[in-house]
Design a protein around this ligand. Structure first.
Ligand code: NI
Ligand code: MN
Length: 226
């Protein structure tokens, strides 16, 4: 599995020959100016919630690529009205796709589209292929529910966690979240994009290392293979 960071909370994940885009917010992110939104491939677009900093480029990419949106019922319905196909899910559900399974798990946050349309409940996902399990937390606070993930799904190979604080977990909560999901390999997201969420990278690395955890903060455009 190859996971490429596209800035903020956006990733491109290659799994079993398919490409999943997660929370594409790229064209308005000055830090991601070297990412060409118009050439990104997507078979699926996985959306954690309806906030603008997660859905911004979804419509354009889906219309260009014909990608299927995977998200909660309300978000999928919103895009279906624009002629974009989707696979609706809700919390607690699992579905077997051609690239692997998606488990939809709890996130503590809010979810409304920039135009005011209700965006259902925010969520995280566990992407499970025949080889790996990756937890994509989405925007969330630390929550005890994270303990259910290894309890139900077994060992998680990588956790993609927000670390920017203010709108989501910060570094200390993310370290605790890694404990809760029993996964010591963390890929950080949702940091540095705007003023409220700027973090000190060195301090973040030091804090994770002190607790015996491996943090990765990828330069935008770089990838990690598991
Ligand atoms: Ni949000
Ligand atoms: Mn956000």
């Amino acid at each position: 599995m190859k996971i490429t960071y596209l800035g903020h909370a956006a990733f491109s994940i290659e799994a079993h020959g398919k490409t999943l885009l997660v929370d594409p917010f790229i064209s308005a992110n000055s830090l991601a100016k070297d990412i060409d939104v118009n050439s990104l491939e997507a078979d699926y677009i996985l959306l954690t919630h309806a906030h603008g900093d997660h859905i911004l480029d979804t419509e354009a990419i889906a219309k260009r690529t014909g990608a299927t949106i995977i998200s909660n019922f309300e978000i999928v319905e919103y895009y279906e009205k624009k002629g974009i196909k989707g696979h609706p899910m809700n919390l607690g559900g699992t579905w077997q796709f051609d690239f692997g399974k998606i488990h939809m798990v709890n996130a503590i946050h809010s979810s409304v589209f920039p135009d005011g349309t209700y965006g259902g409940n925010p969520a995280g996902y566990v992407l499970e292929t025949s080889h790996h399990k990756v937890y994509i937390a989405g925007d969330t606070a630390l929550t005890n529910d994270m303990k259910l993930i290894p309890m139900m799904l077994g060992e998680i190979d990588l956790s993609i966690l927000p670390v920017g604080d203010n709108f989501t977990m910060g570094i200390d909560s993310a370290i605790k979240a890694a404990d809760f999901v029993q996964c010591h390999k963390v890929l950080g997201c949702h940091y540095d994009t705007f003023g409220y969420i700027k973090i000190d990278h060195k301090e973040a690395y030091t804090k994770f290392a002190k607790k015996g955890k491996e943090l990765t903060l990828l330069p935008i455009g770089d990838n990690l293979k598991i």
